[in-house]
Design a protein around this ligand. Structure first.
Ligand SMILES: [Zn+2]
Length: 157
């Protein structure tokens, strides 16, 4: 199956981020799938988060096993599970880079979230409550995320 037909299937067309960006992001995710830090952990989700500004991918990150500092609030996501150890979500990895490298330089930016299974198929990658909160605080205007074999978009303005 070609990349084009793969992306067209069940696709919700994005309003704010050009379609070209989705292909680019998807291609980066697929090409880096085997290098994803959690690729060899059988039960882990493979997430990618891309920062888009002026229809250009500026930066991207993946989720990883690094435990985020408490101030980010992620341990609150699963209060009912005492043994829950939060990892770093792809969006958080991107946000922290955003803070350190870009110093709030972008007034408006978009996010493309991609989750792939190990067969390179798209899976749901809607941002969690905490990631949404931080992205909105940083003035993210739109998030496009993969659904099962499709795309969906959240617009924040
Ligand atoms: Zn999250």
């Amino acid at each position: 199956m070609s990349l084009y037909s793969l992306l067209q299937e069940h696709q919700v067309l994005p309003m704010k981020i050009k379609e070209k960006m989705l292909y680019e992001a998807y291609e980066i995710a697929v090409n880096n799938l085997q290098n994803h830090p959690l690729f060899h952990e059988k039960k882990c989700f493979l997430h990618y988060s891309f920062l888009v500004h002026d229809q250009e991918i500026i930066s991207w990150s993946t989720n990883n096993r690094i435990i985020p500092e408490k101030r980010w609030g992620y341990e609150k996501l699963r209060r009912w599970d005492d043994s829950y150890i939060p990892g770093t979500h792809a969006e958080l990895a991107l946000i922290t880079r955003f803070w350190h490298e870009f110093k709030y330089e972008f007034k408006k930016f978009g996010i493309i979230n991609i989750r792939l299974n190990r067969h390179k198929q798209r899976r749901l990658s809607a941002p969690c409550m905490m990631c949404s909160r931080w992205l909105r605080a940083l003035k993210c205007s739109t998030i496009i995320f993969t659904t099962d074999n499709g795309w969906a978009e959240v617009v924040y303005e």
